[in-house]
Design a protein around this ligand. Structure first.
Ligand code: GAL
Length: 372
């Protein structure tokens, strides 16, 4: 009897080893939006609401590590990191920023830690991670930004602080900003103005977010503020670890979430979503000739079947394509709030038609869709 059990156990171990060997041998040569994307260990990539930073020819993908079930919508583990040289095959680099077992920590296990984005600071030679943070047991009320830092791209990242940005600071208005977009203290023009003034003393709310580094090395934090009614684009300090107090408000009162910024030929582009929680809604994009705006709302970039709901996804990042200047990949999450770990990744090429961007669904594609 025990011999038989030993044999079965041995066979199972052998099969498992064979499985991982086969996976190690398999290389992906295309993107399959919405399907299971296996890492080098054969496990579905666990990096939701993520972003990618390139360093010395290697791409590092950071995202929310989710667990099974609805509890997976809270941070039980931390920020997961993967690396790749070709964007198709991803190596598991482990947890770059773990949540804390200390329940008094801002990033205590069970908090909500979303949309982590890492950027590299050429001057300080540090990797800086920003994320949306909600304190343990407080639902989505805290609306803070958290920041962590590391010497190496894969971490470990050291948590520094979390707070609401820009307390006591009024927005900066670029030339050409319409009066309706200026925050009005005497007679608030809309709900959003009211929220702005309410939060002026303690700092502005900061939820869905991204970080963008411009060609001159300046970094900007873009986040849903004012109860998610209005986006803020705020300058970071030269070390990228804080806010300078200079910021603009974008698309006031229109509830933009999930911002992702990129730049082509001196023009700034941003893709975002509406505000319907985990459920998909139409994507939206904006354009500006200066980072300080004014940013023009340009409508939905998605086309064809599924376009009205962003093919079931929500933007998270836009990635410049390696070796193909001026080409970009739209990265989105297809959330699975009932079983968070099963969230999928929708990556699609962005096409430029004159001054417009468009996104179309593809079941399967590779980088050859971009011209050389
Ligand atoms: C979405 C947001 C996600 C998450 C979710 C919670 O709108 O983009 O990052 O916060 O709401 O319901």
């Amino acid at each position: 009897m025990s011999k038989k059990i030993n044999f079965i156990a041995g066979f199972m171990i052998f099969s498992l080893m064979l499985n991982s060997y086969v996976w190690a041998q398999q290389t992906n040569t295309s993107f399959t939006p919405g399907k299971i994307w296996k890492d080098d260990k054969g496990v579905h990539i666990n990096a939701h609401g993520g972003g990618i930073v390139e360093h010395k020819g290697v791409y590092y993908w950071f995202g929310e590590h989710k667990i099974e079930g609805e509890n997976g919508n809270t941070a039980q583990v931390g920020v997961h990191c993967y690396s790749s040289k070709d964007l198709y095959n991803w190596k598991d680099e482990g947890i770059a920023l773990p949540v804390s077992e200390d329940l008094t920590s801002d990033i205590a296990k069970g908090c909500i830690l979303e949309r982590p984005k890492v950027v590299y600071n050429k001057k300080t030679k540090k990797f800086v991670m920003w994320f949306h943070l909600e304190l343990l047991g407080k639902g989505y009320a805290a609306a803070r930004s958290g920041v962590a830092v590391a010497d190496r791209p894969t971490g470990p990242y050291t948590f520094i602080k979390s707070y609401r940005p820009n307390p006591g600071k009024m927005p900066f208005y670029a030339e050409g900003t319409a009066d309706k977009d200026k925050v009005n203290c005497e007679t608030p023009a809309n709900k959003s103005d009211g929220f702005f003034y309410r939060d002026l003393p303690g700092g502005q709310m900061a939820r869905d977010m991204t970080v963008f580094v411009d060609d001159d090395g300046k970094a900007y934090h873009i986040f849903s503020s004012e109860e998610n009614f209005t986006l803020h684009l705020a300058e970071l300090t030269p070390d990228y670890l804080g806010h300078t107090g200079r910021f603009i408000r974008i698309y006031v009162g229109q509830q933009t979430e999930a911002p992702a910024l990129f730049k082509k030929n001196g023009v700034y582009y941003m893709v975002g979503s509406g505000c319907t929680g985990w459920a998909p809604n139409p994507a939206r994009w904006f354009k500006a000739s200066s980072i300080w705006g004014p940013w023009t709302y340009m409508g939905n970039p998605c086309q064809g079947e599924g376009a009205k709901l962003t093919y079931g996804g929500q933007s998270t990042h836009v990635l410049p394509v390696p070796g193909k200047k001026g080409e970009f990949i739209f990265m989105a999450d297809k959330w699975e709030p009932k079983n968070a770990i099963d969230g999928r990744y929708l990556w699609l090429p962005i096409r430029f038609e004159n001054d417009k961007i468009t996104i179309n669904w593809l079941d399967q594609w590779d980088l050859s869709v971009f011209k050389k």
